[in-house]
Ligand binder design. Structure first.
Ligand code: DP6
Length: 400
């Protein structure tokens, strides 16, 4: 009987998150420490998730990684930072526990394969779910049980928020070493069952300015961003946490929209300016405000990240009517039957009053499709060996 397992495979999944108080700007580029705290909603993995397999074996001669079936450079600094960090934590854990001898597995090389169940080409952020999943899978395979905020954060700042389900805050922390810059769950996924999320996919084009470079330029040049981080966000974090805890949709929705708008204002205040929103994004903003004005209350709210796609928050009783309003304003060009993906949405008629209130000429094809989803849980371990993306030889299975 072998005393040391020569091979260990773990497969995990991790969710996408969408910030309602935005992270934009770092005070430390190397450690990925933010200039303000942020708060996000974890989206359900039935619609959007990353799946990652990590395998360690005494037979592997080097670390390797495959993303969506293609081998990538393992030497990328952020992947290296995650690997270094997880091995450091694993070593720390062993040395703290004297009875546990240093297992060979700590020195084993790792093979990693990762796939998304959503098209990267849709312009949906995949780095948060991707790095959260990497951190989670590496932790399992190397036997790390401590908080993984630091590991995921070193991959991509927003990734630390994908380590938990429900509503999650990333506390900016104060320490120079980043030890107190951690993610924490504010409320679990079961907390607000009526909440729904609609992703309006506007464009599949690759963005002109990535988040990392965009926020660097903003930190250097935008006085508004400095003001926002110091004087606006702290109070907004407390306010948003209260709205979430109270399930106050009016408050939650309004603050979500205001914070998205302020983030995009800081982008415009950046020099040279950055604009992530396009004409369709602005039409969606207009549509949401008209829809809410017609109802005399905030029934839907938008937020936009570093791209033109809108993420809409609403409640279950409003989804059908809002989707009808979107269909009316952005008639699907060719894919009428594939326009709605994810959770089923019942077709609903649009009243003439609401049509008139929207007061917009339809823009055919402006929105490519909608993904209907809801709040979801954090990372999961898939126990079934069939789930592994890598075979016992450590290479991608042919079907992947
Ligand atoms: C606009 O986490 O992608 O989505 O830390 O440089 O990898 P890096 O940036 P990233 O930035 C996300 C910015 C945002 C807002 C947010 O998710 O809070």
């Amino acid at each position: 009987m072998a005393s040391e397992k020569p091979y260990l495979a773990v497969t995990c999944t991790a969710p996408v998150n969408i910030a309602v108080i935005k992270y934009w700007g770092k005070r430390d580029e190397e450690l990925i420490l933010p200039i303000n705290s942020s708060l996000s909603v974890t989206l359900h993995q039935d619609q959007l998730k990353t799946t990652t397999t990590a395998v360690i074996s005494k037979d592997f001669t080097e670390d390797r990684i495959w993303l969506n079936g293609r081998e990538e450079d393992i030497g990328q600094p952020r992947i290296q930072a995650c690997l270094r960090e997880i091995r450091r934590l694993a070593r720390k854990r062993r040395s703290g526990d004297e009875e546990d001898q240093l297992p060979l597995s700590l020195n084993y090389k790792v093979h990693v394969a990762s796939v998304n169940n959503f098209p990267t080409a849709a312009g949906l952020a995949s780095s948060a779910s991707g790095y959260a999943c990497l951190a989670y899978a590496l932790a399992r395979v190397y036997g790390v049980e401590s908080d993984l905020s630091e590991v995921a954060r070193r991959g991509s700042g927003s990734a630390c928020r994908s380590l938990y389900g429900g509503f999650v805050e990333w506390q900016m922390g104060e320490q120079a070493d980043g030890k107190d810059s951690i993610a924490r769950q504010v409320a679990p996924e079961s907390h607000w069952p009526e909440l729904r999320v609609l992703i309006l996919v506007v464009s599949a084009e690759k963005k002109l300015t990535g988040s990392t470079v965009g926020m660097q330029t903003s930190v250097k040049t935008s006085p508004l961003l400095k003001f926002r981080a110091e004087a606006v966000v702290p109070a907004r974090m407390a306010e948003m946490i209260r709205y979430v805890k109270e399930r106050n949709f009016q408050g939650f929705g309004q603050l979500t929209m205001k914070d998205s708008n302020q983030f995009h204002a800081t982008c415009l205040d950046t020099f040279p300016p950055i604009s992530y929103l396009n004409d369709t994004s602005r039409r969606i903003i207009h549509l949401v405000h008209r829809f809410n004005a017609h109802h005399g209350q905030t029934k839907v709210a938008y937020t936009f990240d570093a791209g033109p796609n809108a993420v809409i928050f609403t409640r279950d009783n409003t989804v059908a009517e809002f989707v009808a309003a979107v269909r009316h304003s952005f008639p699907p060009e060719s894919n009428g039957d594939k326009f709605l993906k994810g959770l089923p949405v019942k077709p609903a008629p649009l009243s003439d009053e609401l049509k008139a209130a929207l007061g917009m000429d339809p823009t055919p094809g402006g929105i490519k499709y909608i993904i209907a989803t809801q709040v979801g849980p954090g990372p999961q371990v898939l126990d079934h060996p069939h789930a592994h993306l890598l075979g016992p030889d450590g290479l991608p299975k042919p079907t992947v």
